[in-house]
Design a binder for this molecule. Structure first.
Ligand SMILES: NC(=O)c1ccc[n+]([C@@H]2O[C@H](COP(=O)([O-])OP(=O)(O)OC[C@H]3O[C@@H](n4cnc5c(N)ncnc54)[C@H](OP(=O)(O)O)[C@@H]3O)[C@@H](O)[C@H]2O)c1
Length: 410
């Protein structure tokens, strides 16, 4: 009997990680069903038609630069006879949906058909910012939405379930975190972490009790592509760099204050570990793991085995930016002291990330290293060259501000 390509339902494919995963799955020969929220009339949003989504997901994700070699590393085979547009239009079907609805926002017949034809579900959609104090949206999308996707997985034919969690379900703990189910609920830095923890627990409980084969992936803090710097998200490290450059432009260059030689104190611990992982490593590793049967029932940390310390990252960034006269002092007890105008500005704009500047979490990634052995998929070190590539992309793409363009997608 002729082997049929796998059909995978992907949620979150318009996002940073979901898009990178979808492109790799497509090139490796899978048929995709993409559950995508319909766009409103905002012209900065991508269009919902196939043509628009093709541009967004394929051209916008630099798939042309995604070589056959990379695809093979990820365990896939390229269909050499088909061009990329042909692959997209013949192997991708788009569904207007929303995971917060129990039917995933699909028509009854559509839901039923998808339930029966899909072999695997790749659930990546989530609310990912941590600014909001109100936990309702995080719960609705990250917890209830995950429950709805699990129910879909459990309806109709037997399906495998892949869930994108986060390494930071570990919350405010310290020390080494293993690739195991969390036994006790830790304290959390924000509602995002809490909602992802609750959702991960739900995934484990639901899949075990319904005999659904599952795999959980816990990425670290994802940054741009290690070769090109390409990213469509400019949060975490990008925000800090952007604020530093803004301060340089408005205060130092224009000498609006006497700031020829200033020290900006930022809260944090010199030895905090900042677990940055490039998107290409995260997506390649996940797709390679997803293709292996032995990953069923396991949790994988897709993290940096050698994350930079906060002080090392500070030194790299400052050396790359080359701002004369500005010094960053990491100060453990800063909030209790008097702040200068510039320090207040810096603090206000980056506040939601501060807890991570104290993090001593280390992530054991033995499961990941074991399963990727011999694949050639290795997490790139955060060298000065790599950090420079990331910053360069962000600066040259104006931090993703203004109209979202194709180039700004990974
Ligand atoms: N980025 C990181 O550093 C990082 C680190 C660890 C784990 N993760 C996890 O990785 C996953 C992807 O993160 P990301 O950074 O790629 O996020 P992202 O760029 O913000 O993308 C989120 C995706 O979820 C979709 N989505 C949100 N609400 C939805 C809803 N109600 N129904 C259907 N789709 C919905 C979004 O669709 P729209 O385009 O319509 O908004 C988008 O496609 C998340 O589960 C996140 O927790 C991310």
């Amino acid at each position: 009997m002729e082997k049929r390509e796998k059909i995978i339902l992907v949620t979150g494919s318009t996002g940073f990680l979901g898009g990178a995963i979808a492109q790799r799955l497509l090139v490796s020969g899978c048929k995709l069903r993409l559950l995508i929220r319909k766009r409103d009339n905002d012209s900065s949003q991508i269009s919902f038609d196939s043509e628009g989504l093709f541009k967004e997901l394929i051209q916008g994700h630099h798939l042309d630069e995604y070589t056959q070699e990379q695809c093979r590393l990820a365990g896939g085979q390229i269909n050499d006879n088909k061009s990329l547009p042909e692959l997209f239009f013949s192997n991708v079907e788009i569904f207007d949906g929303d995971i917060t609805s129990s039917s995933l926002g699909l028509e009854k017949q559509e839901y039923k058909r998808l339930c029966n034809e899909v072999d695997e579900v790749f659930h990546c959609a989530a609310i990912t910012h941590f600014e909001m104090q109100d936990a309702d949206e995080h719960v609705a999308v990250n917890v209830k939405g995950t429950e709805n996707v699990l129910q879909f997985t459990n309806t109709g034919g037997k399906k495998r379930f892949h869930y994108i969690s986060t390494a930071y379900v570990a919350g405010k703990q310290n020390g080494l975190i293993c690739e195991n189910e969390m036994v006790d609920e830790p304290l959390f830095n924000n509602e995002y972490e809490r909602s992802k923890f609750v959702a991960e627990q739900l995934v484990i409980k639901y899949t075990k009790s319904n005999d659904i084969p599952y795999t959980i992936y816990r990425p670290g803090i994802i940054v741009g592509d290690s070769q090109t710097g390409a990213t469509c998200k400019f949060d975490n490290i990008y925000l800090f760099v952007k604020v530093l450059l803004n301060i340089n432009n408005s205060f130092i260059k224009q000498k609006s204050e006497n700031l020829n030689d200033i020290t900006i104190r930022v809260p944090g611990d010199h030895n905090a570990l900042i677990n940055l992982v490039p998107i290409d490593y995260v997506a390649d590793a996940i797709v390679a793991i997803l293709k292996k049967g032995e990953s069923i029932g396991k949790i994988y940390h897709i993290t940096n085995p050698n994350p930079p310390k906060l002080c090392e990252l500070r030194d790299l960034v400052m050396a790359i930016l080359g701002i004369n006269g500005m010094h960053i002092k990491i100060d453990k007890s800063l909030e209790t002291q008097n702040l200068s105008t510039v320090e207040k500005l810096f603090l206000r704009q980056t506040r939601s990330y501060y807890s991570y500047l104290f993090s001593k979490l280390r992530f054991d990634d033995s499961h990941t290293q074991e399963i990727l052995k011999g694949s050639g998929i290795i997490c790139p070190a955060m060298t000065k060259e790599l950090v420079a590539i990331l910053i360069d992309f962000a600066v040259s793409h104006n931090w993703g501000e203004g109209k979202r363009t194709l180039l700004e997608k990974v």
